[in-house]
Design a protein around this ligand. Structure first.
Ligand code: 13P
Length: 266
C-alpha cells in the first residue's frame, strides 16, 4: 500500500531568520497520523529548519530543492549530495522552474537521480507538460518521454530506486491558480507508472507514489486525493501558509486512514 505524502516546496522564500519558526508552526498545525510530511526550504534555511523540527516535531522530513550531479569539484555556487548529509533526507529533482531557468534536461536530471539515490536521499522527481503540449494532445507523450529520459540510465539492480517518488506537475498549473482536474491528473499517473514499468520498474511501478503539484490548496486537495492513484501533493505557494497546510494535511489524513482501513481520526 502506498503512503500519502504532502511535500512543501518553499521555492526561493524564507530566510534563515524566519524559516525555523514557519516550519515549527506548520509542523504543529499538521500533526496528523499516517501522513508523510516533508518540508523543502531553500538550501540556506535547511539548518534552521532542521534545528526547529528536531526540537518540536522530528517526524517531519526535510528535503532540498535540488542537488548537483557531481560529488565535488569546480562547480561554483552548487551543492552536492554528500554536503546535504545531516541537513536533508529528501530532494526535489527536475522541477520545471529548474528546467526553465537552469536548463536542466532529462538526461541531467537522471544523473542527479543517481547521485541522490547513492547518497541515500529520497528523490521527488518532477515531470509535467507545457500548456501547448496539452492543447496539442501531446501531454501523455511528453511525460512518457521525460520518464524515459530520466530513468533510462538507472540500473535495474539499484535497490535504492524503491524510494523514488514522482510529482506530476503540469507546467501551466504551477503558480497560476489554475489546477489540473483530478481526473486528468489521475490519468497521468497511469502514463507515469506505465513509463516506469517500461524502464524496468516492472514489479514496483504500482508501488511508486505519484503526487500531484500545481496550484494545490486546501480547497482543491480533495479532488486529487479522491483519486486512488494519486498519493499526495507537492505544494508550492500554499505551503508557506500554515492555515492552508493544516487543511491540506487534514484532508490527506482522511485518505491515509482509509487506505489503512481505519476510521479517520476526526
Ligand atoms: P504552486 O503550488 O505554487 O502552483 O507550485 C507548485 C509547485 O511548483 C510545487 O513544486
Amino acid at each position: 500500500m502506498r503512503p500519502v505524502i504532502i511535500a512543501a516546496n518553499w521555492k526561493m522564500h524564507t530566510s534563515p531568520s524566519d524559516a525555523g519558526e514557519l516550519a515549527r508552526t506548520i509542523a504543529a498545525r499538521t500533526r496528523e497520523p499516517h501522513v508523510v510530511r516533508v518540508i523543502c526550504p531553500p538550501f540556506l534555511c535547511l539548518a534552521a529548519v532542521g534545528e526547529a523540527l528536531a526540537a518540536s516535531d522530528p517526524e517531519v522530513a526535510i528535503g532540498a530543492q535540488n542537488v548537483h550531479h557531481e560529488l565535488a569539484g569546480a562547480y561554483t555556487g552548487e551543492v552536492s549530495a554528500p554536503m546535504l548529509e545531516g541537513l536533508a533526507t529528501w530532494v526535489i529533482l527536475g522541477h520545471s522552474e529548474r528546467r526553465r531557468d537552469a536548463g536542466e534536461t532529462d538526461e541531467l536530471i537522471g544523473r542527479k537521480l543517481g547521485r541522490a539515490l547513492s547518497a541515500g536521499l529520497r528523490p521527488i522527481v518532477c515531470v509535467g507538460e507545457q500548456l501547448q503540449d496539452r492543447e496539442a494532445g501531446r501531454a501523455d507523450a511528453v511525460v512518457r518521454n521525460q520518464i524515459e529520459g530520466i530513468f533510462r540510465a538507472l540500473e535495474a539492480g539499484n535497490e535504492a530506486r524503491s524510494t523514488v517518488v514522482i510529482a506530476y506537475e503540469p507546467v501551466w498549473a504551477i503558480g497560476t491558480g489554475r489546477n489540473a482536474s483530478g481526473a486528468d491528473a489521475a490519468a497521468m499517473t497511469g502514463v507515469i507508472r506505465a513509463g516506469l514499468a517500461a524502464q524496468g520498474f516492472v514489479a514496483e511501478a504500482e508501488d511508486v507514489p505519484v503526487l500531484y503539484g500545481g496550484s494545490v490548496t486546501s480547497a482543491n486537495i480533495g479532488e486529487f486525493l479522491g483519486e486512488p492513484s494519486i498519493d499526495g501533493a507537492l505544494v508550492g505557494g500554499a505551503s508557506l501558509k500554515p492555515d492552508e497546510m493544516a487543511g491540506i494535511v487534514a484532508r490527506a489524513a482522511i485518505t491515509a486512514a482509509a487506505r489503512l482501513g481505519q476510521p479517520a481520526a476526526r
